[in-house]
Design a protein around this ligand. Structure first.
Ligand SMILES: [Zn+2]
Length: 276
């Protein structure tokens, strides 16, 4: 084939970028798609989760997405773009910035670091499944937030998302939430508009509330001393969700804040302060 054929083909396909341009694993991103002739629809997925594109004022298609924490140097975005009769499938690789998360060594009540009994293991799995189900269902919820995202507690981060953890020198895991400092009873507020999707009393997480903000975005509030909402309530940004506590597996009162895109746990702080 002639050399210019390659340019012709490249010129026709959608152009995909992200905000930030070179994200880290675990980050929320905005996927930006430019389609020649604008296109009549854009569908796609990233990290195994569907994307929900909206046509922006600048004629680009934009969707919230997330880079799974286990992604290494790139993540794939798959697209199906439609322009009239013409349908295009394409695959795009987003380059990731390198990270080297530190190791944190914690001492907790020994009953939490011993292997779990079968019954407890089953309970923990059920609880994780119910939180993931909230994430999965969120893809069918229309977008409720306005794009702004604030901290649930105005305090410092005591343990960031992504650190590697050791409990009593044994159990190792990644910290897939953000710990925010606070004394028992400190109000926990919704970072954005959402619907209360789940309330529970979990083995590791203690008293929990999960909010569904729609279009795949959910957040969770763990170890609460009290819960101020009921399932089905709509909470506005800044609305009271509950109060900081030390229920579940904790070394003291704090808020463990979780954010997911679909079932993928991501760094909530990249929703607050990230370039997206
Ligand atoms: Zn935590």
């Amino acid at each position: 084939m002639p050399w210019w054929w390659v340019l012709l083909v490249l010129g026709r396909g959608p152009v995909v970028t992200t905000l930030p341009e070179v994200p880290v694993a675990g980050a929320f991103v905005t996927v930006v798609v430019r389609v020649e002739g604008q296109g009549s629809s854009v569908k796609g997925e990233m990290g195994g989760e569907p994307l929900h594109f909206e046509l922006g004022a600048d004629s680009t298609w934009r969707a919230l997405g997330g880079v799974p924490v286990a992604a290494e140097d790139s993540v794939e975005v798959r697209l199906v773009t439609r322009d009239g009769e013409r349908v295009d499938s394409s695959s795009h690789w987003i380059r990731l910035a390198a990270t080297d998360p530190p190791v944190e060594r914690l001492r907790v009540d020994p009953r939490y670091s011993r292997p779990l009994s079968k019954a407890l293991q089953a309970r923990v799995e059920r609880e994780l499944d119910s939180a993931r189900a909230v994430g999965r269902r969120s893809h069918a919820t229309p977008r409720l937030d306005d794009g702004g995202f604030t901290l649930p507690v105005e305090s410092r981060v005591t343990s960031p998302y992504g650190v590697r953890r050791e409990y009593n020198g044994e159990l190792r895991s990644r910290h897939l939430g953000t710990d925010l400092a606070g004394t028992k009873g400190t109000p926990v507020r919704a970072p954005a508009r959402g619907v209360v999707a789940l309330i529970g009393r979990f083995y590791y997480a203690g008293n929990v509330v999960y909010l569904d903000h729609g279009r795949g975005l959910t957040t969770g509030y763990l170890h609460l001393s009290s819960v101020s909402v009921a399932v089905g309530d709509t909470v506005e940004r800044g609305g009271l969700v509950g109060r900081i506590g030390a229920t579940g597996r904790v070394t003291g009162p704090h808020l463990h804040w979780v954010a997911r895109y679909g079932v993928v746990p991501l760094d909530a702080m990249t929703m607050v302060s990230g370039e997206r």
